[in-house]
Structure formats: C-alpha cells, structure tokens
Design a protein around this ligand. Structure first.
Ligand SMILES: *Cc1c(COP(=O)(O)O)cnc(C)c1O
Length: 422
C-alpha cells in the first residue's frame, strides 16, 4: 500500500495542519512533492533520507543469542549485534545512515527529547517463518505512520520507503543469527525511533534529530487460557482527547499512563481499558486496539471497534488487518458478522453483557498480537468471559489463526513482506 495510506489528518487544527505541511516541505521535499498546500521553501535542496548511501561497520564483539523466554528475554533489555542510526540537522538535512555495533547514544543533558518529549517510535516484528524465511508484516504502514508521528511533534520528514529499506537492511544483517532457522515461529521486536537531540533548552521546533532502528529480543505476550484482564479507566482519567495527539505514536502518550497501569497491575489486571468523556465511550486498551463481538437486539452478530474519526486512538496495523480479514472472511453466509467502526459506550457493553449478548472482547496490536479478554473490571462490577484453549473467543481465534499463517509464511499473502537474508 502507498505511504499516503496514512495521510496528514484532516481533522487536526488548521494551525497544526499548516505547521506539518511547512515542516514536511522543508525536510522531505521530494517525498511531499509540493503536495502539502503548495508551501515551498528555499532550502528544499538539502539531502534527504537515502538508504542507498548506508555505511556499514560490523561488530567486533558479537553477543550470544538468548534462549526464547529466558530471563534475558523477559527483561526486554537484549538487543541484536547492530543498529542503524541517521542524523539530521536543519541546515544540512539528512546525513549518511550508518549500520554499526549496537551501543549507547551520546546526548547532551540539554537535549530537547529529555525535556520536551520530542520523540516518536514504531513497533513492528520480524518473524521467522515455518518455511525458513524472514518476514515483516505490512511494514509500509508502520513507515507511513512513523512519518505521521514525527510530523506531529515537529521532527523532520523523510520518505517512508527509505525508512523501510533501512529496516530491511538491519533485519537482513542480524536476522540469520538472532532468529535461527531451527526456531520457526519466533520473532524479534523492531523499534524504529526518532528523537530531537538539539543541545539547547529553548522551547522550539527541533533543529537536530537522530533516527535510529534497533532489534530487541521480546517475550511472547499473548496470554494463556484466562486471557487478558482489563481495568476500565475512571471518569477522572484520560489518555487522549480530540485535538490532542492520541493518534500519533509519540512517547508523550505513554509515560503519563504508567502510574495508572502500575496500579492496575498491582490489582491483578494486565492493562487499562481507556474510556473517554462523560458517556464513557470505549477507545482502546494499553497499546492495543479494542474489539467486541455482540449480538444486536434483533439478533445480528457485529464486530465493533472505535472509529478513527476523533483521532484519539491509534490507527493500528493489526486493527486494520482485523477489520479487513473480518470483512473478507466472516461476513459471508456462514458467519454473517457485520463489521462496524463506530463510537460505543461502556453502558451499551454492560447492557449487552447483562442480556447475554456480549459474545467476546479482544485486543489487537503488534506487541500483544490478538489476545482474548477474560475479565473487565469496572467500578464494583466484573465482566467475565470464557475463552478457548488459544486464549481467545471464537471470532478472535479465527482471526488470530489467519494472521499467524500470513506472518509465519504458512499462507502466501501480500501482507507478508519477505526479507532476503544477507
Ligand atoms: C502501537 C499501538 C497500537 C497498536 O498498533 P499496531 O500497529 O497494531 O501495533 C494501538 N494503540 C496504541 C496506543 C499503540 O501505541
């Protein structure tokens, strides 16, 4: 799919939209190609992000690969042997990207990111297929979303295709060793990140930035048969709001939620189910999108999730894929599931639950993949759901199995992006 699949949001404020357009025109002119409101800039000849100029320095100190689900993997601190970095400045544009040994970054204590949360990121996985090949899953969507996120916080623009080439290069370099062919069904977590590293305390648009890509060993996070336990947020807690930045994968969305998430964990829940506004509309759960399957009062089975229109939830790649698969495979005569993106309130869910119409709930995202919800805590109520052995209800289970087949190469599909190994 073209990078324009995730365009500049039309519902953002006019000031924000113009700011983004101007910023992209300056930092990625050939990518935007004059399409951003026709704002032109005198420095549009600066070098752009260019994967073909990648400079490679291989490590002299290769590290051992930890066993799946070993303590090192559970700690989520182990990264592969290499990383890719690329610097940008307002006056010189994008520099030569470098593939080099994984290691610490150097930042001044005044660096913008440390004070003003000028950071955005992506979360993707590299899968070792049952056919022995390495695959990404719809990576073009992540690269386009990274551009959207960086633009929202005044970080520089880039051509998402070049970011994808850099990600593929790092995966091709470290994939063979870190995802051994003898471990099909395993994965690495890919974290493309951009930070503003201006060594200056002025509160202003960044003039220097660093893009980097790392590959981390990551535990499997889908839950067992009990499923995920969600705690619904209270009226006095908001994750994101219209006109804000909940639609962007920026660090500033996450830090402030950790105190609540920690409290939920201490009470035995896995994640917060974020409700919004006086009507308690259901938005998303942790860093995953949220879905329900219910029967309407007239007996129609529906798969329902919150819409993107208010721009308070993330446009998840997994969310899109769930919706598309459900429309293709579950709306036929056998299952006859209607797929609906609409605002829905917690009270509607509760009513359906009490009337026996709420069939299942599940979360969908790269980290937690598809996980069935076993329990939702709300005020003094507890909604419980019986799950199958795969930790999912019937519909989530069907979708999860289809997605797994694509990710691990059991089914050829355009969403599976094969990475040729070096
Ligand atoms: C990353 C994320 C998701 C899931 O997006 P995917 O592209 O499916 O991984 C959902 N919600 C939030 C808040 C996220 O950060």
């Amino acid at each position: 799919m073209a990078p324009s699949a995730i365009p500049i949001p039309s519902t953002t404020s006019s000031l924000e939209k113009e700011g983004i357009a101007r910023s992209l025109e300056k930092t990625a002119p050939s990518f935007t190609n004059g399409s951003t409101n026709g704002i032109t800039s005198s420095d549009s000849t600066l070098p752009e992000l260019d994967a073909s100029s990648l400079k490679t320095t291989l490590t002299q100190n290769p590290q051992p690969v930890p066993l799946p689900d070993s303590p090192e993997v559970l700690a989520q601190k182990t990264c592969t042997d290499h990383m890719i970095t690329c610097s940008w400045t307002l006056t010189t544009g994008w520099q030569t990207p470098e593939l080099k040994p994984y290691g610490p970054l150097t930042l001044m204590p005044t660096a913008s990111v440390l004070h003003y949360a000028t950071e955005c990121f992506e979360g993707m996985k590299l899968y070792r297929g049952y056919d022995g090949r390495l695959r990404l899953f719809r990576p073009q969507l992540n690269c386009a979303r990274m551009l959207l996120s960086s633009a929202r916080i005044a970080l520089p623009g880039f051509n998402p295709d070049e970011l994808l080439k850099l990600i593929v290069k790092l995966c091709a370099t470290d994939g063979e060793k870190w995802l051994p062919k003898e471990r099909p069904g395993s994965f690495l977590y890919i974290r493309p990140t951009m930070i503003a590293n201006d060594p200056a305390l002025g509160v202003q648009k960044p003039k220097e930035a660093l893009l980097y890509i790392i590959l981390a060993c990551f535990p499997r996070m889908d839950k067992g048969q009990e499923g995920m336990k969600l705690l619904a947020s209270k009226d006095d807690m908001v994750r994101a709001w219209p006109g804000g930045f909940g639609f962007a994968k920026v660090g500033a969305n996450y830090g402030p939620t950790l105190i609540c998430q920690g409290e939920a964990r201490a009470r035995g829940y896995d994640q917060i189910l974020w409700l919004f506004g006086p009507e308690s509309s259901v938005t998303e759960a942790g860093a995953s999108n949220f879905f329900i399957v219910w029967k309407t009062r007239v007996g129609q089975t529906q798969l329902v999730t919150a819409p993107l229109s208010e721009r308070i939830i993330l446009d998840g790649v997994t969310r899109r894929s769930v919706l598309q698969l459900a429309r293709e495979r579950l709306s036929g005569s056998d299952d006859n599931v209607e797929v609906v993106e609409r605002k829905f309130n917690f009270s509607e869910m509760l009513e359906a639950y009490d009337e026996g119409r709420l069939l299942e709930c599940f979360v969908a995202g790269t980290a937690f993949f598809i996980s069935g919800v076993g329990e939702i805590g709300w005020k003094d109520r507890s909604l419980t759901f019986k799950l199958n052995e795969d930790g999912c209800g019937r519909y989530a289970g069907l979708i999860k199995a289809s997605l797994k087949n694509i990710m691990y190469g059991k089914q050829a599909h355009e969403w599976g992006y094969v990475v040729e190994e070096n």
